[in-house]
Design a protein around this ligand. Sequence first.
Ligand code: SME
Length: 150
Amino acid sequence: MDKSIIESIKAELNGKGNFLAKILNTFAMVKEELGEHSWVGLYLYDSMGKVFNLGPFQGSPACEEIAPGKGVVGACALAKETLYVPDVREFPGYISCDARAKSEAVFPLIDENGNVIGVFDIDHPEYNGLEKDLPILQEIANLIAGIGIN
Ligand code: SME
C-alpha cells in the first residue's frame, strides 16, 4: 500500500461529507489498495447489548455480532491492543465470515475514557497478506479514532 493513501484519507475525513460518507469512502480507498476479496470495516460497541455490531464496511457480507473476547475482533477489544493474525487457521476461536480470508489485522478504537468503542478490522485473502501494510493501517486507524465514531 502506498503511503500517499494517508494524505488522501486525511483529505477525505476532513472534507464536508457526513460521517458515513467519509468512512465508506475511506474504506473503499483502503480496499482498492488491498485488492479483490479483501474486507475493510468497523465493528462498533453497543454498551447496552454488550456486543460489537457490524458497522460500515466494504467487502463481502460479514458476521453481524461479536461478543467481547470472541474471535480476533473480541480479543482485540479485550486486550485493547492491535492484533495481527498472519494465518487465521492458527488463531484459537477465529470467527470465519468469509472462507477466502486468510490473514487479519484489528485495531482498537479507544475513547478518551479508555473504553473500546470500536474495532477497525481488515481481512486479506493471502496468508500474511497485511504485514507490510501494518504501519499504514495503524495510521489509518488513528485517523478514524480521531474523527469520533460515536
Ligand atoms: N474474523 C473475525 C470476524 C469478523 S470478519 O473478519 C469480518 C473474528 O474472528 O473476530
